[in-house]
Design a protein around this ligand. Structure first.
Ligand code: FAD
Length: 631
């Protein structure tokens, strides 16, 4: 049983600040509120805070109560398969820096392991806290956990105070203007944001001095609460050696400023997502701020405000949503609003937005489990797919369009494996894993929600080749193929044996590089037909996903591919949907068209998948040669 320290006499009981995602001192509304609450208590010598020393941004009054800063490493944050070494390393680096920043201000971070409800309530009891402050978590699963923690804390007699810190807008503000229901399409969401106006500006960072932590209880030692190392949590440093970004607020803010300054701000003002390179691995074309935004080391409001500064500095010449960087933050915002309001947003079952497509489920189907495992191990035999997976496995980050390739291939494109299995693999491997964004994008890519042009399939041989004809990206991430001639780099199984031997890479099961797991030309056709059937007869997803395409669209993948994916029907719907209800406040100049996500031709961020590798009808051939008959 935990020892309990009584509140300091006359100084007000400690305030317990439970750090969630906002692992930072700048623009941290929950932390600012916690600091303010320590000041609200009558000052007392016992608290030792020092009069007027702990003015945080938004706080400022003299303080008396201690501030206990807590972080709970929950099992899902440290254990496989929920998390992998790369993300955990980034998190631990972020926590270590947060602790150092707090210590330099007279505070400290106390890190504990365990279930959030038990850990938070035990900490409150041990340190005699009377108030619990935390940032709300709108993610799938987060709401339930918040409710359980709040209920337990209230039952223990604590006052519970929450704040929003992970999104641009408080969701309640958006919902109030939206009439209580989150818009289902990006066009409608863009219009909503236009009506609401600019998001609240970021708060200043907390001040140079913070209230001290409460004394430790009997039997406790400071060493009990230090930020652990990867090895302390059962991982090896080698497993996380591929991480290419450094965790922490300082590194995140520095990265943000460096991108904002790229080409004198033109990298921001001319940013168009579809024109960024998915294979630029040495210096990524996009910001790679996602690990910092997802882990809360950089505030999305701060990033947004700085983007707007740089846009304004260009005298009004800049790109617009959905392709601009501000547009990327609106995708993020939209998925967060949906995740916080749509039941079971990260699942198929019970998710009213999700079309019920009869995917093969690896948890119940051995063949599907085999295909999923090959995909996750970068062993599909398609170098363009495997190279992106290899990048994901080692570095934890992949360009957005690389994620498109991976997700499409696993689901509707080739392997017909449930998107939830792919999302679970991404959860483990992504350094920027964010449950709302991961689920929203998997729903999209699998054409389970938002996107209806299922017949646009990324060709695993042709698509990436357009961006990287020599296959430099593949050679880097798949060393086995490093010496394969460019002619065969995307289809090494076609290389004559003598060429394979000369390249030091024999292709086949059990050899240097696997043979293709399926014949894309065959399965993409089969799967497109299955999608057509699901769209025609399957249980319809809630309105917002747009109309099902005409029956004839099924199987039209190859034709769409030849035309670069511009089927007339798709383009027509996309255009029609591209006119949101009203101009957003920040997009009045230059027009931010194209924010259509409901139509089949929705040009989300400009990607144009094609089915250039499409082929004739037939069965689904697995690597072992088994042919699965068309359903
Ligand atoms: P930039 O292009 O520089 O964009 C800046 C920021 O905008 C990003 O950091 C991110 O916060 C936001 N953003 C950009 N694209 C999107 C998008 N499509 N949806 C929502 N927000 C976006 N992103 C995550 O942060 N976490 C995830 O778990 C995640 N899972 C994904 C799963 C799939 C299947 C796909 C296709 C995409 C996923 N994304 C996810 C979205 C996107 O790929 C990444 O946000 C982006 O590639 C991160 O790189 P960046 O920071 O350089 O992006």
């Amino acid at each position: 049983m935990a020892a309990v320290v009584p509140p300091p006499a006359g100084g007000g009981a400690p305030v317990l600040h439970w750090f969630r995602r906002a692992l930072r001192l700048h623009d941290n509304p929950a932390l600012v509120e916690a600091v303010r609450l320590t000041s609200a208590a009558p000052p007392a010598a016992a608290a030792g805070g020092g009069t007027g020393r702990h003015a945080g941004g938004g706080g400022g009054a003299a303080g008396g109560a201690p501030l206990a800063c807590l972080y709970v490493l929950e099992p899902t944050s440290v254990e496989a398969p929920h998390t992998g070494a790369v993300r955990l390393r980034f998190l631990l680096e972020t926590l270590a820096e947060l602790d150092a920043s707090l210590r330099s201000r007279g505070s400290a971070l106390r890190v504990v392991r365990g279930d959030a409800v038990a850990a938070v309530t035990a900490a409150a009891a041990r340190w005699g806290a009377a108030t619990l402050v935390y940032e709300v978590d709108d993610s799938p699963g987060g709401r339930e956990r918040d409710a359980a923690v709040a209920a337990a804390a209230t039952a223990a007699g604590l006052a519970v105070v929450t704040a929003v810190g992970h999104t641009l807008y408080p969701p309640a503000q958006l919902l109030a203007v939206a009439g209580g229901t989150a818009p289902r399409t990006m066009g409608a969401f863009t219009a909503l944001v236009g009506r609401v106006g600019e998001p609240p500006p970021p708060l200043p960072a907390v001040g140079d001095a913070l209230p001290p932590p409460p004394p430790l209880a009997n039997g406790e030692a400071a060493a009990d609460y230090v930020v652990p190392r990867l090895e302390d949590l059962g991982w090896t440093a080698a497993a996380a050696a591929g991480l290419r970004v450094r965790g922490g607020e300082a590194a995140g803010l520095a990265r943000m400023e460096a991108f904002l300054a790229r080409r004198g701000g033109e990298a921001v003002r001319k940013f168009e997502k579809p024109k960024t390179s998915m294979v630029a691995w040495r210096t990524p074309d996009t910001t790679v701020l996602s690990p910092y935004l997802a882990n809360g080391a950089v505030s999305v409001r701060t990033f947004y405000a700085r983007l707007r500064d740089v846009e304004r500095a260009g005298g009004g010449r800049h790109t617009h949503p959905p392709v601009s960087l501000v547009g990327q933050l609106l995708w993020r915002e939209h998925f967060h609003l949906l995740a916080g309001t749509v039941p079971h947003f990260d699942r198929m079952v019970g998710n009213p937005l999700c079309r019920q497509i009869p995917w093969d489920d690896p948890t119940t189907d051995a063949a599907a489990a085999e295909r999923h495992a090959a995909w996750a191990a970068a062993r599909t035999g398609y170098p363009a797919v495997d190279a992106f997976m290899a990048q994901l496995r080692t570095e934890g980050w992949v360009h957005h369009l690389g994620r498109h390739m991976l997700a499409c291939f696993l689901t509707r494109g080739d392997l017909w494996v449930s998107w939830t299995a792919g999302a679970a693999t991404f959860e483990e491997l992504l350094v920027d894993w964010d449950p709302a964004l991961n689920a929203g994008n998997w729903l999209w890519l699998s054409a389970s929600a938002f996107f209806n042009a299922y017949y646009r399939v990324y060709g695993p041989v042709t698509w990436v080749r357009k961006a990287d004809p020599e296959g430099a990206f593949i050679r880097h991430y798949l060393p086995a193929l490093a010496r394969m001639p460019s002619k065969y780099i995307y289809e090494p199984w076609k290389a004559p044996l003598s060429v394979q031997v000369a390249a030091g890479c024999r292709v086949g099961d059990g050899l240097d590089y696997p043979a293709p797991i399926v014949d894309h030309a065959v399965v993409s056709k089969v799967n497109t037909d299955r999608m057509a059937k699901a769209f025609r007869s399957g249980p319809a997803a809630e309105k917002g996903g747009g109309k099902a395409p005409p029956a004839g669209a099924g199987g039209g993948g190859a034709a769409a591919g030849k035309k670069g994916g511009k089927s007339a029907a798709a383009g027509g719907r996309g255009k029609a949907a591209a006119k949101p209800g009203g101009p957003p406040a920040w997009a009045t100049a230059g027009g931010g068209g194209g924010a259509a996500s409901g139509g089949a031709g929705a040009k989300r961020d400009g990607e144009r998948p094609a089915t250039g590798d499409g082929g004739g009808a037939g069965g689904l051939r697995t690597r072992s040669g088994r042919v699965v008959k068309k359903r």
